[in-house]
Design a protein around this ligand. Structure first.
Ligand code: SAT
Ligand code: MN
Length: 599
């Protein structure tokens, strides 16, 4: 299909022509988003060696891609926020002056698509036409990106209809940075080994990505648009773009409550988004609105309303099992793209943790033969599945609702072996913002040279805020004024251990027991004790009936307030506060002082 048959949007046509002239592709293809188109591109990638078709009896309509071993994750040290002034990017982002970066990128993009097809991907972040949604258009020279974007976003012709003649879009340019000379044979995973740049221009709301074909470096709707650029749009327009999952919880009586939660990486975010309640919670249902990102706007009812801007899951495969997340396995049981997992002899996939016993023989993520005990992992630790949310057996009925879902609670979590109790509730919005701003994960004592160190990841946004982190906290405080009925704010920690290194909480589906207390607090139907940290449950307020080998004294330890540990925690927070000092809202400094005096 060619340009003007597709759109009457002159700004889009002009921009595509400009990028075409710069990148010099062999052909241009406007994506219509159809299944036929995706099947055709997938077939093409099977032929070129990028894809292996999985056994259709075991894994219908699914493919495996193995990346270049040097292109396996987001590259944070190559990610830039190019605002006019360095201060606007803040101390936690890489920065380069826009003019300097543009000059550099002009050089890199000139002729970078030679011998390849330029694909134009119109996509909507959020339900088509929702007042909370925004349109983007990604130009890429990677067919792998096209078929992934079709799963991860609402993509294709219908988006151009919504864009119309005069609608605006966020332009996203992506190239693997590997032009082909005439007659040159392509490799299965083209990328640029020397140069990688993931660049955001917040003032003009543009994204330019060069050199990587992997995940968030290449699927530009996700972290680049839905978090970094969207956080800037949200600040300017009075809404919020957050690195949060969204779940609905339905009681046996049919009462539905929605909560959004931010956890640092490796804290079981996808598991929580698809939580299966324990047997004791008969009649309770947890449903997924989103597993990674939330766009949140004040509604006419005085509440915050959230949508999931994405339409699929880009989930970490290793560790996903029947026990940890049976629903995620159903999501990728068909229609999925796997990247950097292992291949079984019968054409299915495997990764560490999928089964207790590994298969006797595999092809590993580097394409080499693998046997148990060979000393290498079979799947890369950041191996992923891309799966449509429509496959999710517990998809929330409002996942596609253009009005979003009303939020009753925000939950912040950390991965903390010490100090942080299982759950507590902030006294108010400012206190809650402070809890989010100071959240983090404990590095193991070994990794930190003896002392447990805390890696701060404010609101799980450290690599994703598109502007100054201190100013971002200020925006959180400002948002309180836009809403009459703010969500209550909680802090949880599933990972506290006793002195022998044993977990004090079972986690996984049993997190429902803590979630239930949170919901009851939202509905004002449960007692809480006022403590120096915030409102807390007494051990008897959390139902532990039916947890194997678990008792009230362990729960008591999980909930205990360790005053000595908190004094250390307060000292450790200094590091973050000093880094962000210039733009840190004074309210957060006061919260720290108040906590010190309460302790
Ligand atoms: O590769 S993604 O950025 O999409 C996922 C992640 O690294 O968090
Ligand atoms: Mn994420």
């Amino acid at each position: 299909m060619n340009n003007s048959e597709f759109t009457t949007n002159q700004a889009l046509l002009d921009w595509v022509e400009e990028v075409r002239a710069l990148c010099q592709p062999e052909a241009v293809h406007w994506c219509d988003g159809s299944k036929e188109e995706s099947d055709r591109l997938s077939e093409q990638m099977v032929a070129s060696g990028t894809f292996t078709r999985l056994n259709p009896k075991k894994r219908p309509n699914s493919y495996l891609a193995l990346s270049d071993p040097g292109d396996v994750a987001r590259v944070e040290d190559r990610t830039y926020i190019c605002s006019k002034r360095k201060r606007e990017a803040g101390p936690t982002n890489n920065w380069m002056a826009p003019a300097e970066m543009r000059k550099k990128l002009q050089g890199l993009f000139a002729g970078c698509m030679r011998g390849r097809t330029l694909y134009v991907i119109p996509f909507s972040m959020g339900p088509l036409g929702s007042p909370i949604s925004h349109i983007g258009v990604e130009i890429t020279d990677s067919p792998y990106v096209v078929v992934n974007m079709r799963i991860m976003t609402r993509m294709g012709r219908a988006v151009l209809d919504v864009l119309g003649k005069t609608g605006t879009f966020v332009p996203c340019v992506h190239s693997v940075g590997a032009p082909l000379a005439p007659g040159q044979k392509d490799v299965p995973w083209p990328c640029n080994k020397e140069e990688k740049y993931i660049v955001h221009y917040p003032e003009t709301r543009e994204i330019w990505s060069f050199g990587s074909g992997y995940g968030g470096n290449a699927l530009l709707g996700k972290k680049c648009f839905a978090l970094r650029i969207a956080s800037c749009m949200a600040r300017d327009e009075g809404w919020m773009a957050e690195h949060m999952l969204i779940v609905g919880v339905e009681s046996p009586a049919g009462e539905k409550t929605y909560v959004a939660a931010a956890f640092p990486s490796a804290c079981g975010k996808t598991n929580f988004a698809m939580l299966i309640p324990p047997a004791e919670f008969k009649g309770w249902k947890v449903t997924t609105v989103g597993d990674d990102i939330a766009w949140i706007k004040p509604g006419a009812d005085g509440r915050l309303h959230a949508i999931n801007p994405e339409a699929g899951y880009f989930g970490v495969a290793p560790g996903t099992s029947e026990k940890s997340n049976a629903n995620a396995l159903k999501c990728c049981a068909r229609d999925a793209i796997f990247t950097n997992v292992a291949l079984t002899p019968d054409g299915d996939v495997w990764w560490e943790g999928l089964t207790d016993e590994p298969p006797a023989k595999l092809t590993d993520w580097t394409g080499k033969e693998w046997t148990p005990g060979c000393g290498r992992p079979a799947a890369h630790a950041n191996a992923r599945f891309t799966a449509p949310m429509a496959n999710n057996p517990v998809l929330d009925s409002a996942a596609d609702d253009p009005n979003g879902v009303p939020l009753s609670a925000f939950i912040f979590g950390g991965r903390r072996a010490t100090t942080m109790p299982l759950v507590f509730q902030a006294f108010n919005w400012i206190h809650g913002t402070y809890l989010g701003a100071t959240m983090g994960s404990e590095m193991t004592a070994a990794a930190a040279g003896g002392l447990g160190q805390v890696r701060r990841d404010p609101m799980a946004m450290l690599p994703f805020a598109g502007y100054n982190m201190g100013e971002y906290f200020g925006h959180w405080l400002e948002m309180r004024k836009e809403i009459a009925r703010p969500p209550k704010i909680f802090h949880v920690n599933w990972f506290r251990k006793d002195d022998d290194g044993k977990f004090l909480w079972p986690g996984f589906g049993d997190n429902m027991r803590v979630l239930k207390w949170i919901l009851d607090r939202c509905h004002g139907s449960v007692y809480a004790e006022e403590t120096p940290l915030g409102w807390m449950p007494r051990p008897e307020d959390i139902n532990i009936e039916g947890i194997p080998n678990y008792d009230a004294s362990t729960l008591e330890a999980a909930l205990a307030i360790d005053v000595k540990g908190w004094k250390r925690e307060l000292m450790l927070q200094d590091e973050l506060f000093i880094d962000l000092n210039a733009d840190l809202p004074k309210e957060l400094l006061f919260q720290r002082e108040l906590l010190i005096s309460r302790l």
